[in-house]
Design a binder for this molecule. Structure first.
Ligand SMILES: CC(C)(COP(=O)(O)OP(=O)(O)OC[C@H]1O[C@@H](n2cnc3c(N)ncnc32)[C@H](O)[C@@H]1OP(=O)(O)O)[C@@H](O)C(=O)NCCC(=O)NCCS
Length: 184
């Protein structure tokens, strides 16, 4: 039910009418400009990969952003979005539908360029994703934040996410803290 084409149409153009104004557009891996924009966002947010993986951003981050997914999920469950302030793509996020449970979306990564962090765009971007997921019929959103990223943890907490479990991961500099919030 969640992958019905009519619902898919709703993700073509999402605009937040509150300040700050933000538009979410789906991105596609076949588009050279979408890939270049995603790479630019990673490069303009170097502190993130430094903090959670102890390395600089690279083209592998773009591949992972478009194609990385949790084990046991299908590529068709994944959607990737660019966030635009005016004509400029200032951030991106990926979403896995119906994961880890049928009524839940998983926010893989939300990343804004450093120049655009701390200005309310993250709150606006999350609102767009939550509204979209609500329209699709989902009842909850989950994500994992790395324990070495306390500012992001504080952001998600402020946006209504609560810790539900922790897991260790050799890829990251800290534990993965899984958080969840209801939708609707
Ligand atoms: C986390 C993030 C999406 C939040 O969006 P934002 O637009 O910066 O957040 P808002 O302006 O709506 O809210 C500001 C709050 O976000 C958090 N925040 C601000 N800058 C941040 C940063 N560089 N990294 C992580 N969190 C940050 C803080 O909680 C901040 O509150 P504070 O100013 O009281 O510390 C954004 O900061 C970001 O892209 N950070 C780097 C990538 C990241 O950590 N993503 C989350 C992975 S789980």
């Amino acid at each position: 039910m969640h992958d019905c084409p009519i619902n898919q149409l709703r993700i073509e153009f999402l605009i937040s009418h509150e300040y700050p104004m933000l538009t979410a557009l789906p991105l596609i891996s076949e588009s050279a400009s979408d890939c270049a924009n995603v790479l630019r966002v990673f490069i303009e947010a170097p502190s993130y990969t430094e903090l959670v993986e102890g390395r600089s951003p690279s083209t592998e981050d773009v591949t992972d952003f478009f194609f990385g997914k949790p084990a046991g999920t299908d590529a068709a469950q994944k959607s990737v979005f660019g966030f635009f302030a005016g004509r400029d793509m200032i951030g991106c996020a990926d979403v896995i539908r119906s994961y880890p449970t049928d009524d839940c979306i998983w926010i893989g990564l939300m990343l804004l360029t450093e120049a655009d962090q701390g200005r309310g765009f993250g709150k606006a971007a999350l609102k767009l994703l939550i509204e979209m997921a609500g329209d699709w019929g989902y009842r909850a959103a989950q994500l994992a934040v790395v324990s070495t990223n306390p500012r992001a943890y504080a952001f998600w907490q402020r946006e209504g996410f609560e810790e539900i479990r922790r897991a260790s991961s050799p890829r990251f500099t800290g534990d993965l803290i899984v958080m969840q919030r209801p939708i609707g």
